[in-house]
Design a protein around this ligand. Structure first.
Ligand code: C2O
Length: 596
């Protein structure tokens, strides 16, 4: 990977431009098209000109995929599939996860809070019921929105944002657009209130984290949130700001969030972090490093997670998750970090469960959540512009997975993943800002071939380890490489991946561990801006009914890393797994290297 750039424009170096402020009519001052590929540019131009948003750009072929399940079962669309019982679903056929039947929404453990109240009361987080579900249609005549960087907002824009949230908070408790009702959405989809009953599996919960549904679910969630805000302040151009934590100037909580008089204020945040530089690799406590170090580490983490560990769709989006199973294949690179550490870093340690942002059930009760996720969503757009294998998933079970949300007119709308792949089709894009982490590749601490060989006899090989191993202390192991010294072509075709399989963890804790490769130093692990740091596994606490542990996998890209560490000709690599938070109960089934 020689030099990295986004497909149509090379971002300028960090800090080289004067920050601009934008009013809500800033579509004239910045072009939302700068970041788009040629096809989507054409599409966006057409959209802007004709005010239609129906053109398909680069994903048209995948959009034309037939719903395999409907074909096989001869059903008339997913609406028909909704009535299937588990016995009528042949087990050999996987199927897309269908939108939950909200009338069957149940009490979620730890969900409870009354709209208007601030303390969990043990209630539930179900939305108001509705007998009518509309299928999503791309709106015609929609104003194009450009989501601005939250730290660059004009006072006028901040006032609008504040007003929109204030009005959401003032809506009646049972209005689905009400602020806490909107927060409930996150709780219901992530904390055991919904089951897969519409897919025929009433005993299996829906969990939209930790799998390939993470990005599309949150994109749709924000999409409707934004429309509700715009409609409440009567400004269809109003776009949800993104918390630009991937650039130095954006690495603190935008200060207007700290004004107690503002609707954007939330008292349940870590008081030590209100003005601090965010830690994208947060271990559950302050790292003690200087701000300069933090910024450097943050940029390196961004590079690691967006580039090295996101070489293909599975790595970026996360593993598959279909009807009839739980999401156990593993979350995507960005979901684990920085997404999860940022949640936990903002959440209030004075609260039992790290409320608000530090726990799934309560995260949506802090407005900062939506700006955080706006930036997470922006990562999806940026990642696709990096080229290579950076494309959306084409599996029909991903494309046809569905969710339901209330829109700005209180209509319950069913949406499909396949309709959210292009933001310009949904009528929005992101303000163009610098992407400094593209040039923040970690540097090797001690590149040396033969490290693993030298340690034979001192460190166990995976074959000699009795799995599962406990992660109550640092685990060091020599992992054999089935292939070495691969050709350039082989490397282009397949990435060398470090896989940590069958990670069983306590899902009610903030869990994090870091993974290092060929890091010999016992006293001090490498920092994130050093090549030896391969990535992090991180999970936000959440409760399921009747169980407290979850199982999943972790993967990290090794191809570039081993080249830089001059270890590409080695037979094995030294892997160090360092527990950082909540790891006492973690067990690991296997550690290995594969090519995919
Ligand atoms: Cu649904 Cu950031 O979590």
């Amino acid at each position: 990977m020689a030099s990295l750039s986004l497909s149509t424009s090379t971002p300028t170096a960090a800090g080289s431009t004067t920050p601009q402020t934008y009013s809500s009519s800033f579509t004239t001052t910045i072009s939302p098209l700068l970041f788009l590929s040629k096809t989507s540019k054409k599409c966006a131009l057409k959209s802007l000109k004709h005010k239609v948003l129906s053109c398909n750009a680069e994903n048209s072929s995948s959009l034309n995929n037939l719903d395999r399940r409907n074909v096989l079962l001869g059903l008339g669309g997913l609406a028909g599939a909704v009535n299937l019982t588990s016995s009528s679903v042949p087990s050999v056929l996987a199927a897309p996860l269908a939108a939950p039947d909200i009338s069957k929404c149940g009490t979620s453990p730890l969900s409870g809070f009354k709209p208007g109240g601030t303390t969990p009361t043990g209630g539930d987080c179900c939305p108001p019921d509705s007998t009518q579900i509309m299928d999503f249609k791309f709106p015609t005549n929609q104003a194009f929105k450009v989501r601005p960087a939250a730290h660059l907002l004009s006072p006028k824009y901040i006032a609008k944002f504040n007003e929109a949230i204030k009005r959401m908070k003032e809506l009646p408790e049972d209005d689905p657009r009400n602020f806490l009702q909107q927060a409930h959405i996150h709780c219901a989809y992530c904390n055991g209130a919904y089951t897969q009953s519409s897919s025929g599996f009433p005993d299996i919960e829906i969990q939209i984290h930790n799998s390939w549904l993470f990005f599309p679910f949150h994109r749709w969630y924000l999409y409707f949130y934004e429309r509700i805000m715009g409609s409440l302040i009567d400004d269809p151009t109003f776009a949800l700001p993104f918390w630009n934590w991937d650039t130095p100037a954006g690495m603190t909580i935008p200060k207007y969030f700290n004004d107690p008089k503002s609707a954007l204020f939330d008292s349940k945040r870590n008081q030590a972090n209100l003005k601090a530089v965010v830690d994208l690799g947060y271990n559950g406590k302050d790292s003690g490093t200087s701000d300069i170090e933090k910024v450097k580490n943050n940029l390196a983490i961004m590079y690691r997670q967006m580039v090295t560990n996101a070489t293909d769709p599975t790595a970026f989006f996360g593993g598959e998750y279909r009807a009839g199973v739980e999401p156990i294949t593993g979350g995507g690179s960005v979901e684990q970090s920085p997404h999860t550490p940022v949640h936990r870093w903002v959440g209030d340690p004075r609260e039992t469960n790290g409320e608000n942002l530090g726990n799934f059930y309560s995260a949506g009760r802090d407005t900062l959540f939506y700006c955080h996720h706006s930036n997470v969503d922006r990562m999806w757009s940026l990642w696709k512009m990096l080229g290579g294998k950076h494309t959306d998933i084409t599996d029909p079970d991903w494309l046809n997975a569905s969710f339901v949300f209330y829109d700005e007119n209180k209509n319950l709308v069913r949406v499909y993943v396949k309709d959210c792949l292009l933001t310009n089709q949904l009528g929005y894009d992101y303000q163009r800002v610098d992407v400094p982490w593209l040039k923040s590749k970690p540097v090797p601490r001690a590149p040396r071939s033969g490290i693993a060989k030298k340690l034979v006899g001192k460190v166990k090989k995976t074959d000699d380890v009795t799995f599962p191993v406990k992660l109550d202390k640092i685990v060091k192991v020599l992992v054999p490489r089935p292939k070495k010294s691969r050709s350039k072509k082989e490397k282009q075709e397949k990435e060398e991946l470090l896989i940590i399989q069958g990670i069983t963890y306590d899902s009610e804790k903030y869990v994090k561990f870091d993974v290092y490769v060929n890091d010999e130093d016992d006293d001090e692990a490498s920092a994130p801006d050093q090549t030896e740091f391969a990535g992090s596994f991180a999970q936000l606490p959440h409760k399921h009914k009747g169980k407290t542990s979850s199982k999943t996998n972790f993967r990290a890209g090794l191809t570039e890393l081993l080249e830089e560490l001059e270890a590409d000709d080695d037979d094995s690599v030294l892997v160090t797994v360092v527990p950082r938070s909540g790891s006492e109960d973690i067990t690991i089934d296997a550690i290995k290297i594969i090519y995919a």
